[in-house]
Design a protein around this ligand. Structure first.
Ligand SMILES: Cc1cc2nc3c(=O)[nH]c(=O)nc-3n(C[C@H](O)[C@H](O)[C@H](O)COP(=O)(O)O)c2cc1C
Length: 329
């Protein structure tokens, strides 16, 4: 349909509104971000824990990698041990689940290396002894399961189903068929969207060399995501939203991604969401590889594949429910 002069005038006015709306919104969220982004280790226990978790998570991930390499993540172990000492000095809660999980990851790392006969630095071992000298930390290692055990609850009630999903990073080369992918995406499409506009898209990457290229661009999936049978790239369409809805793509895409993860789990496909920060050059390269139009934002990448017969997954302990629940009376 050809636009009339009047239509064009309306369009221009809307574009100007979109420009001003986005600018005002960006300034607001930019300031809030600059003021509150986590740059200070020692401001509070909560801030400290954000950093501690993201560092010890690298260690637990390393312990559960399909091709575990002795000595891998050693630098991160040194950082976490230093942080745990500091955490104690600052008098923070030694019963917090994340402090305990970090200590458990350190102990598991030390035991695995001891059993392999791989010597860790003497001063590091002394610091670790110091950390454990007067506290009782329950035994825990990253779980090893068969794929049957892992998927035992996919037909169970929602609480059991949801608790049985974990990120899987060990994939077999069994093919995920197009029919299965279609069924998965069909299920994920039950995600609610603002005014039912359904802006989400899933690009399925099948080619191995393309998968490797994208994993290299992404970074956080290196060491396992190259072996995924498929990469799913979730995008959300900006043109579904108007000038004052500039954050909707992220909400829509985030909600859809979670549903997609559950849909994959229900089809007994292992999956791991992968961070996509989309810095300028990365974003450009990914768009070129997959031919993604500029009107879509890339929200998330998911590595997916049928798991190995037996594999380890990462515990990823959750905080106390009181840390996330605020009841306003
Ligand atoms: C936004 C987002 C980005 C993530 N990025 C990565 C990543 O780059 N590499 C990785 O191995 N895991 C990544 N993960 C997986 C998380 O580490 C994992 O979801 C978290 O530890 C909770 O564990 P669970 O998925 O087993 O419940 C990411 C998860 C989310 C939600």
């Amino acid at each position: 349909m050809k636009a009339t002069k009047n239509d064009k005038g309306i369009q221009i006015r809307r574009r100007i509104k979109a420009f001003i709306g986005r600018w005002v919104g960006l300034r607001q969220s930019w300031w809030r971000y600059v003021r509150n982004a986590n740059c200070d280790y020692y401001k509070s226990q909560t801030d400290f824990l954000y950093i501690l978790i993201s560092n010890y998570h690298v260690i637990e991930k390393s312990l559960a990698m399909p091709d575990f390499e002795p000595g891998h993540a050693l630098e991160r172990v040194k950082v976490v041990v230093g942080d745990l000492i500091k955490y104690r000095e600052l008098g923070f809660d030694l019963h917090h689940p994340q402090y305990i999980a970090a200590m458990q990851a350190i102990r598991e790392y030390t035991c695995v290396h001891h059993n392999l006969g791989f010597s860790l630095p003497k001063d590091l071992l002394e610091e670790i002894d110091f950390l454990f000298k007067d506290v009782e930390i329950p035994e825990h290692v990253q779980p090893t399961v068969s794929k049957e055990q892992f998927f035992a609850n996919v037909q169970s009630s929602f609480p059991e189903f949801a608790r049985s999903r974990h990120s899987v990073r060990s994939y077999s080369d069994k093919e995920i068929s197009e029919d299965t992918l279609k069924a998965v995406v069909n299920l994920a499409r039950t995600t609610p969207t603002g005014c039912n506009r359904q802006p989400n898209r899933t690009y399925v990457v099948c080619d191995n060399s393309m998968i490797r290229k994208i994993v290299n661009l992404q970074g956080g999936g290196r060491g396992f995501a190259e072996k995924a049978n498929k990469l799913l790239v979730v995008t959300s369409a900006i043109d579904a939203f108007s000038y004052n809805e500039y954050n909707e793509v992220w909400k829509a895409g985030g909600m859809y991604t979670m549903n997609l993860l559950y849909a994959l789990h229900s089809y007994q496909i292992g999956a791991c969401p992968l961070m996509w920060n989309g810095m300028r050059s990365q974003d450009k390269a990914l768009r070129e590889i997959l031919n993604i139009p500029s009107k879509e934002e890339v929200v998330m990448i998911i590595a997916a594949g049928y798991p190995l017969d037996k594999f380890r997954y990462v515990t990823s302990v959750r905080n106390n429910v009181e840390d996330s629940l605020i009841i306003v009376r």
